[in-house]
Write a protein that binds this ligand. Sequence first.
Ligand SMILES: NC(=O)c1ccc[n+]([C@@H]2O[C@H](COP(=O)([O-])OP(=O)(O)OC[C@H]3O[C@@H](n4cnc5c(N)ncnc54)[C@H](O)[C@@H]3O)[C@@H](O)[C@H]2O)c1
Length: 278
Amino acid sequence: MGTLSGKTAVITGSGRRKGLGEAIARKLASEGANIVLSDVGKPRDAATGEGHIGTTDEMESIAEELRGLGVNVSTCVCDVRSLEEVRALAKHASETHGSLDIWVNNAGIGYIMKPLLEVSEADWRAVIDVNLTGAFFGLKAAAEAMIGQGKGGRIVNIASQAAKSGFPHAQAYTSSKHGLVGLVRSAAIELGPHGITVNNVCPNHVTTGLGAWQNEYFSKVTGAASVDEYMTNMKNRIPMRRPGLPEDTANAVAWLCTDQAAYITAESMNVSGGEEPH
Ligand SMILES: NC(=O)c1ccc[n+]([C@@H]2O[C@H](COP(=O)([O-])OP(=O)(O)OC[C@H]3O[C@@H](n4cnc5c(N)ncnc54)[C@H](O)[C@@H]3O)[C@@H](O)[C@H]2O)c1
């Protein structure tokens, strides 16, 4: 029996290999939760471009692997920018698994990065739409379902170190993640009386698919001689002397979903090896 036995967890943006979403799904499953993997499924536009997203095939192959481990897992394609699709995802979880207890807003994009003066209105809106509006839609759909069930719940957003500090070429990304800090503080007040906690986990850098793209991009922006030099500089400024691993974030999410964290809400918890102290 794991700490999450009998619970059902939805993780958005969890259909991409090596991503935080996949790691969170594996960890929650290892604690006994039923898992709903969800992702955008196919390239839809500039904000969800080829090579940057979890495809349906990729998501299904992760699901098959989890089934092989004995996990009760289902999949559901969902673009978090559509409230209709997000509500359908919540309905899928409740109908397929009998309840909805944990919702992780993990879907996010971080590859539309440009110097401030080159950021277009479309660039800005694209990032805010996925990272902030998408999380709001997830929170809303999860809260509707959880309040209806009347047995509490857990909502966790994957924010970022960029929810606490500024980064160059990342105005929209940083603003979207700072926005999540306000979102949990506000939502926690209204959802607390229903036994629903709402928190952010704020990882520093993790070399996922997105993280690998950022390593290349920021090594050029910072003038590092190579990606290796950029990574060495990164390691040296982190007190724990390494970047984050997907499992570091997944462990924090899993703990926030247990009974032990029942009194923790409205928080934005750093998982940064000491790099982000605020
Ligand atoms: N990798 C890092 O260094 C890092 C650090 C801090 C926070 N984060 C955050 O963690 C989350 C996961 O990022 P990751 O590094 O695993 O990247 P990733 O690219 O592996 O995962 C992001 C997932 O979001 C999905 N997605 C994108 N747009 C979507 C949409 N409109 N609807 C549904 N799904 C959509 C993608 O398909 C992908 O599967 C993101 O919110 C990111 O901002 C990442």
